[in-house]
Design a protein around this ligand. Structure first.
Ligand code: ZN
Length: 501
């Protein structure tokens, strides 16, 4: 349970770095003032002080609820996700965090669920004078924007020619791109329609609804993915033939969806530095329920990422219960939508609750419970993604040592996983970031067997103790973390940081 602060006098005795003993009345007054301002001693907590407040049993309680079948895999959006959000808000309230959202602890994000209307969808290509209607089962609407075209001459682009296209060339045109993906530059184009020719269909069913952030610019034109064999062979047989496009793209069914990040703060103690922020995150969503099949169909997501969410709750609770607060403010955020492509963290960096330029770092928590990694047991240690991308590793190593665990650089996975969780969206926005994990790949990853009894809670409590110490240390330090510019992989993040200042 969340412990109330132990008596302050005991805490002072236990701490190694109290203020010097007052020797005169003036000095006594000065020391008293300093105590009030909490400037003189924001004592760094010790591992036993954290460990007494952050227990394996509390972590198990949180994970067993979040990963219960009743929450139905916490899909974004779903009733189970909403219940999880309420639970997290209640735990933040119990811990005594200050609410940081627009609606108490909730940061409300207006999204739309956009479901393509496949009834009435028609696409016909005239290739070298021969009209071929695309099979409905061999196309998917990746951007279901309504459109109507009749015999529009297409700008035919081979995969090799995409890079040289200018926005001017594409404006108002029907684009026929002989590649499965548009280039990143396509975001600046304004065509009438984009048709992508692919060797295969998308993994998800084509009629599935997609989520769209209402605050982001809506796509102005449809994109259709086509893998129809007749079309592909006709194009291949006539690489220079003129192509004309006729299309009927019906309007999609659009429904409003309210999604929520859950945010609370532990205000900093230093009058000047409390307006700077360490952001700790974990995603509370997972994959939901498999549509069909026998047996268990619920993706409980106990390790991914109820473990990170429970850790976020318990680290916040342990730090909030300490008598000493770090100089800077710590922001705790449970994020929606990571499994859909980090849409919760993407929303946050577009709508930050606290200025990103004053956000010193993001520490993201993922997969902290399972120690049975696919590469072998991972006990008494944790990994950092992008271990040497930032100056943060040292703070984690020091805290780990104090807590009796190790912060390691997983040579094979550390860099490869940097872009695979919410920390990446903070990095894109220039904020130095890392994801902390015990295991990367484990049996039951993204499978229905990722259930709460399989986590090692004793190990998790030790790791979380180190993470709480590291968070305190980072938030209490006068030096803000920075990107390691000597590592060429950080170049775009360094640039984004500069641009954000
Ligand atoms: Zn995850």
């Amino acid at each position: 349970m969340r412990l109330v602060p132990r008596r302050i006098d005991l805490f002072l005795e236990a701490s190694g770095r109290a203020c010097p003993a007052p020797t005169s009345s003036t000095c006594r007054a000065a020391v008293a003032l300093a105590m009030v301002a909490a400037v003189c001693f924001a004592q760094t907590p010790t591992a036993p002080q954290i460990a007494g407040r952050l227990t394996a049993n509390d972590l198990k309680a949180d994970v067993s609820f979040l990963a219960s079948d009743e929450l139905e895999g916490r899909a974004t959006p779903s009733k189970g996700l909403d219940i999880a959000a309420q639970f997290i808000a209640a735990q933040f309230r119990r811990a005594g965090l200050e609410p940081a959202g627009d609606d108490g602890y909730f940061q409300t994000a207006a999204f739309s669920s956009v479901k393509p209307n496949l009834e009435g969808l028609e696409l016909t290509l005239e290739i070298g004078g021969r009209k071929i209607a695309v099979e409905r089962a061999s196309m998917a609407l990746s951007q279901p924007v309504p459109a109507s075209l009749d015999d529009a001459p297409a700008l035919r682009v081979a995969a090799s020619g995409i890079a040289s296209l200018t926005p001017d060339q594409t404006r108002g045109r029907a684009l026929l791109i002989e590649a499965a993906r548009p280039p990143a530059a396509a975001a600046t184009w304004a065509p009438a329609i984009t048709i992508l020719i692919s060797s295969q269909g998308p993994r998800a069913t084509s009629g599935r609804s997609a989520l769209r952030d209402d605050s982001a610019p809506a796509p102005g034109a449809p994109t259709v993915l086509v893998w129809d064999a007749a079309i592909r062979s006709a194009l291949a047989a006539a690489p220079d033939a003129e192509v004309k496009v006729s299309a009927r793209i019906p309007a999609p069914a659009v429904e409003p969806v309210k999604l929520r990040n859950v945010a609370g703060i532990l205000p900093g103690s230093d009058p000047a530095l409390k307006d700077t922020y360490l952001v700790m995150t974990a995603h509370y969503d997972h994959l939901g329920v498999r549509a069909a099949g026998d047996g268990d169909r619920i993706f409980n997501g106990a390790n991914d990422d109820a473990s990170g969410t429970a850790s976020l709750i318990e680290i916040a609770s342990a730090l909030a219960a300490l008598p000493a607060k770090p100089k800077r403010t710590i922001v705790f955020i449970a994020l929606f939508g990571e499994e859909l492509g980090e849409i919760g963290s993407q929303y946050y960096v577009r709508h930050p609750l606290f200025p990103l330029a004053k956000t010193i770092a993001n520490v993201n928590l993922e997969q902290l419970g399972r120690t049975d990694d696919s590469e072998g047991p991972k006990i008494g240690l944790f990994n950092l993604t992008g271990f040497d991308y930032t100056t943060m590793a040292e703070a984690f190593q020091k805290a780990a040592e104090e807590a009796g665990v190790r912060a390691v650089n997983d040579q094979k996975n550390s860099d490869a996983y940097f872009g695979r969780s919410d920390n990446a969206r903070f990095a894109d926005a220039g904020v130095p970031s890392t994801t902390v994990s015990v295991s990367y790949m484990f049996p039951d990853y993204h499978a229905v067997g990722d259930e709460w009894p399989k986590l090692d809670y004793e190990n998790m409590a030790k790791v979380d103790c180190a993470l709480a110490l590291a968070a305190f240390g980072l938030a209490d330090s006068l030096d803000a973390p920075a990107w390691n510019a000597a590592n060429p992989r950080t170049a775009r993040y360094v640039k984004a940081r500069e641009a954000g200042k």
